[in-house]
Write a protein that binds this ligand. Structure first.
Ligand code: NAP
Length: 302
């Protein structure tokens, strides 16, 4: 593809994604608020822009991967934001996880400037970003999705056009409802097993091959039993996504009881300074309530 690509937001996810665009042979310009984070990309062959507006003036397709809704708004529409430099017909691909409703407003504002937008949030963690194996759920016009396909294929594997503007973000929130409720079920199940005096490893082996088996159970269950709280996905980021779910559900008038419970349990952990731990640490909030802790049986026990 001949189009020139820009990348805004070189955090944990964006750095790997931008490297994969370079490796796929794209002409790449990058911008990051903290300038030092651009260095490795420049070393690898990218051009550094002075601002999002400067980047937009040089690029046909602009990928954004920043933290939250106000951050996307700032890099697109703030002072020196990308919208100040946009070329006519440019395409903005937003890979951040943000509000679906605000996404629709951003798409309208960009359309007023003669530009297009796709929401393209990702799933697969820093490993998926580095390896180019992300799942990408895309909302926006079908012809812009086809235009973006080579860019998305350089960063991900399972790439699905799911509907119009905001639909990608909605599907990402569906993904996060499933993840958060799985974590709640995981914690509740193993706390119950602990209180019942069961061998947790044998319990895990006994149930994971049946109807209750899941990615969460097989990947985070062993970590939980070992009390290994290192994050695949941190509580603070999980909490941002739960907040987006609660806001969208409120707008839609849909009850989200499980996600709401998970939100409040994670809030307990954040107030105790545990926001940097993995989202499977949700069990700790249940432990505080129950006065029981999950723990693997000592070797030879059970
Ligand atoms: P991160 O490592 O914290 O990086 C955030 C990036 O956003 C940094 O480049 C940061 O710039 C930039 N940024 C934040 N606020 C900004 C603002 N107001 N103006 C300009 N730049 C701003 O986060 P991440 O893990 O890469 O996540 C990025 C997005 O992907 C989030 O929406 C997240 O939910 C989503 N996501 C993450 C994962 C994961 O496992 N990590 C998985 C799927 C989706 P500075 O360098 O200057 O701070």
């Amino acid at each position: 593809m001949d189009e020139k690509i820009g990348f805004i937001g070189l955090g944990i996810m964006g750095t790997g994604m931008a490297h994969n665009l370079l490796q796929a042979g794209f002409d790449l310009t990058v911008w990051n608020r903290t300038a030092a984070r651009m260095e490795p990309l420049v070393q690898a062959g990218a051009r550094a822009a002075n601002s999002p507006a400067d980047l937009a003036a040089l690029c046909d397709v602009i990928v954004v991967c920043v933290s939250d809704t106000p951050d996307v708004e700032e890099v697109l529409f703030g002072p020196q934001g990308a919208s100040e430099g946009l070329q006519k017909g440019a395409l903005v691909i937003d890979c951040s996880t943000i509000s679906p409703i605000q996404t629709q407003a951003f798409a309208r504002k960009l359309a007023e400037k003669g530009a297009h937008m796709l929401d393209a949030p990702v799933s697969g963690g820093s490993e998926g970003a580095a390896r180019g194996t992300l799942a990408i759920m895309v909302g926006g016009q079908a012809e812009q999705f086809e235009r973006a396909r080579p860019v998305l294929e350089a960063m991900g594997q399972a790439i699905t056009h799911v509907g119009g503007h905001g639909a990608g973000q909605m599907v990402k929130l569906v993904n996060q409802i499933l993840v958060a409720n799985s974590m709640l079920a995981l914690g509740e199940a193993f706390l119950f097993a602990q209180a019942g005096g069961l061998d947790l490893e044998k319990t895990l082996r006994a149930v994971e091959g049946g109807a209750a088996g899941s990615w969460t159970l097989s990947n985070r269950g062993p970590q939980l039993i070992e009390r290994d709280w290192r994050p695949g996905f941190a509580i603070d980021l999980q909490q941002k996504d739960l907040r987006l779910i609660l806001e969208a559900a409120d707008e839609l008038g849909v009850p989200v009881l499980g996600s709401s419970t998970a939100f409040h349990l994670y809030r307990v952990l954040q107030t105790r300074g545990l926001g940097g731990e993995g989202n499977h640490a949700l069990v700790k909030a249940l432990e505080y309530l129950a006065g029981v802790e999950v723990e693997a049986k000592a070797e030879g026990g059970g």
